[in-house]
Design a protein around this ligand. Structure first.
Ligand code: COA
Length: 177
């Protein structure tokens, strides 16, 4: 992974299928409180490998730990955080991806758009592979991940691991003039 100071996400707007314009930008420590506010009312709790945690103390603790070891993108509707994408390095080449979209903002293409932005940001950060784990019963998540290009790499019980190789193609040959 390139050092955090070297790579920054350029804020971008998303136009949803419901014609809402939302702002995506990289998480900063000052965003902790609005992010906790999203998770306080997020439903259902514990939907993805026990996350998000069920109450504010555990949400705060989880997010505090995350900010030391991962990078994240937030989606804003005005002053309100409505989605959170987490990129947690698992090696120099691979990153683990997790996404949470507030229930009021689902099924309008936001999860797909944010996943695409997170994959592009992973590539910008120098990663070659993005991994994730999801429950095989999470049909919305599977639909998003497949649409973005993830494939199942292994499965275990009720869960599967999915993988997307990025930056895997050889550099394009540019003719020397
Ligand atoms: C999974 C999640 C991120 C998807 O976000 P989203 O903003 O709703 O995603 P999109 O709108 O881009 O796409 C969702 C797709 O799943 C479809 N979908 C939703 N629920 C579905 C279901 N129960 N069965 C089948 N398809 C479903 C939607 O119709 C949509 O498909 P379409 O665009 O072809 O209509 C969101 O549902 C979420 O945050 N869930 C709770 C947390 C979670 O499970 N995170 C994943 C951790 S692995």
């Amino acid at each position: 992974m390139k050092p955090a100071a070297e790579v920054t996400f350029t804020p971008v707007e998303i136009l949803t299928r419901s014609a809402k314009v939302l702002l995506v930008r990289q998480y900063a420590p000052t965003d902790l409180l609005p992010l906790v506010a999203m998770y306080r009312v997020f439903e259902p709790k514990r939907v993805a490998q026990g996350l998000p945690p069920p109450d504010v103390p555990r949400i705060t603790q989880w997010l505090d730990q995350l900010q030391h070891k991962s990078r994240a993108l937030l989606v804003w509707d005005g002053a309100r955080v409505v989605a959170h994408a987490i990129l947690c390095p698992i090696s120099d080449a691979a990153v683990e991806f997790t996404i949470f979209v507030h229930q009021d903002f689902r099924r309008i293409g936001l999860g797909t758009a944010l996943t695409r932005l997170a994959v592009a940001f992973s590539e910008q950060c120098g990663f070659a592979e993005v991994f994730l784990t999801t429950e095989i019963s999470n049909l919305a998540a599977l639909r998003v991940y497949r649409r973005v290009g993830f494939h199942v790499s292994s499965s275990f019980g009720e869960e599967c691991e999915m993988k997307l190789v990025i930056g895997g193609s050889p550099p394009r040959q540019v003719p020397v003039t």
